[in-house]
Design a protein around this ligand. Structure first.
Ligand code: SF4
Ligand code: SF4
Length: 446
């Protein structure tokens, strides 16, 4: 593109880490005259040695700097090294692309509180972990806690970081006579973007050197909390079993806290890691463990509940439906100076779909009204606009077409056609109700 004129891009697959899920082939839009896509799956054995050499060369290419690209765009975010690499998730898992994206957009400045669930298993399959560092040694700091306290675990991280920052700023002020202009620059730093954070890192590095030469107990105290001067974002991550069910009390407490944390719910609509038990996020009519006759009740609308607070940023995203929307929502969530909640549609092997098509399948989820995309930004109200932006078009695909393409619904149609019909009608009402609510909110005015 024009912003990176003269540079070239290549896509290189690691032959020893590719699971052969086929998702990249499915989403690749470039088809040659022979009908073969630019990305295609081929037998690895005859190509492995060559591809290993290509991979070694590829990882030796100097990485793109985070300030060289626009990280809040698809292209820009995909030009920087991911700090979430090869995980042990199921082949084609719908959750991991969101984590990779977060690591690319914000990975050098985040701490992650990860609830128990699939993401804590493939994210912390110790002694290995897919979370990694960039070539400067920076990367997400990650820790796992229980289903029932992960939101509070993340809130505690926020409070500790805020306290360290507060203490550090107080000490910088106290040392102003010795530090002069450097102290003022640090205290007045604008860290709202990547360049601002980088500049603050350089100032703090200089401060460390200066402090070493200052014989004062305040300087020693400042050294112990000095990193609190650099912006660190907290992401609280987990699945629907955590967010909608077992950890909901804590999540609600954090939603109400007003603190600057970002919450990402990887919504696979079922307890995936323990084998597919129904959660409150499981949609009506879907078959799951503990809902073998099809879930009789509607799924809980976590987004609507969070919006009711009025001061929480809420987005519902589906990467495969609209990648630009997902990137935008992540960027807005990170920038929002309060609690933000992003609910991410995450296809799972428990849904009974061909996982190679999980990204394109997400398009149908949005087009059928099953998973409307939206962003609720409380700051828009101050500009006289409705806080909710409905980013999906009115449903154009019949819900039964979407439902009929998933094994979790088809099982019921085979076992109990009448019951399935009844639940399908109710599921259609659920979708209509959701759509009406969002339409009203989007047009309601401030
Ligand atoms: S998307 Fe799947 S098939 Fe494509 S490179 Fe990655 S692991 Fe391999
Ligand atoms: S069980 Fe589902 S959510 Fe868990 S890793 Fe597999 S595909 Fe992903």
């Amino acid at each position: 593109g024009r912003d990176l004129a003269g540079r070239m891009i290549t896509v290189q697959v690691s032959p020893d880490d590719c699971t052969g899920c086929g998702v990249c082939v499915d989403v690749c839009p470039a088809v040659g005259s022979d009908g073969v896509k630019a990305l295609d799956l081929r037998d690895v054995l005859p190509r492995r040695e060559q591809e290993r050499r290509n991979w070694e060369f590829f990882i030796g290419i100097p990485p793109m700097g985070r300030t060289e690209v626009k990280l809040a765009t698809i292209k820009g975010s995909q030009m920087v090294d991911p700090l979430f690499e090869f995980s042990g998730a199921c082949s084609g898992c719908g959750e991991t692309p969101y984590l990779k994206l977060i690591s690319q957009m914000f990975g050098d400045r985040i701490v992650i509180a990860n609830a128990t669930g699939c993401s804590s298993i493939y994210g912390g399959n110790l002694p290995t972990t897919p979370w990694t560092t960039d070539r400067d040694g920076r990367g997400p700091a990650w820790a796992n806690s229980l289903f029932e306290d992960n939101a509070e675990f993340g809130l505690g991280m926020r409070l500790a970081l805020d306290k360290a920052g507060e203490e550090a700023r107080m000490l910088v002020l106290a040392l102003l006579p010795q530090l002069g202009q450097l102290a003022i620059d640090i205290l007045e730093a604008d860290q709202s973007d990547v360049a601002g954070v980088e500049a603050q890192r350089e100032r703090v590095a200089e401060l460390k050197e200066r402090l070493a030469g200052i014989d004062d107990v305040l300087a020693r105290r400042l050294e112990s909390v000095i990193d609190g001067l650099i912006r660190t974002d907290v992401w609280i991550v987990g699945g629907d079993g955590w967010a909608y069910d077992i950890g909901y009390g804590g999540l609600d407490h954090v939603l109400a806290s007003g603190r600057n944390v970002n919450i990402l719910v990887l919504d696979s609509q079922v307890y995936s890691n323990t084998g597919g038990q129904a959660s409150k996020a499981t949609p009506r009519a879907a078959v799951a463990k503990f809902a073998s006759g099809g879930k009789p009740t509607a799924r809980k609308d976590l987004g609507r509940m969070a919006m009711a607070y009025g001061n929480v940023y809420v987005a519902q995203v589906a990467m495969g439906s609209n990648m630009t929307h997902t990137v935008k929502a992540f960027a807005e969530a990170a920038a929002y100076p309060g609690v933000s909640l992003v609910i991410a549609y995450s296809p799972c092997i428990a849904h009974g779909i061909e996982m190679a098509t999980q990204m394109s399948h997400q398009k149908k989820a949005a087009e059928s009204g099953f998973w409307p995309l939206y962003r609720f930004d409380p700051t828009r109200a101050a500009q006289g606009k409705p806080p909710l932006v409905l980013d999906s078009r009115e449903p154009s695909v019949p819900l039964e077409e979407f439902i009929g393409s998933e094994g979790r619904y088809k099982m019921l149609t085979r076992a109990n056609p009448e019951g399935a019909e009844e639940l399908l009608e109710l599921a259609k009402e659920d979708a209509k109700d959701r759509w009406r609510f969002l339409e009203e909110m989007a047009g309601a005015g401030a």
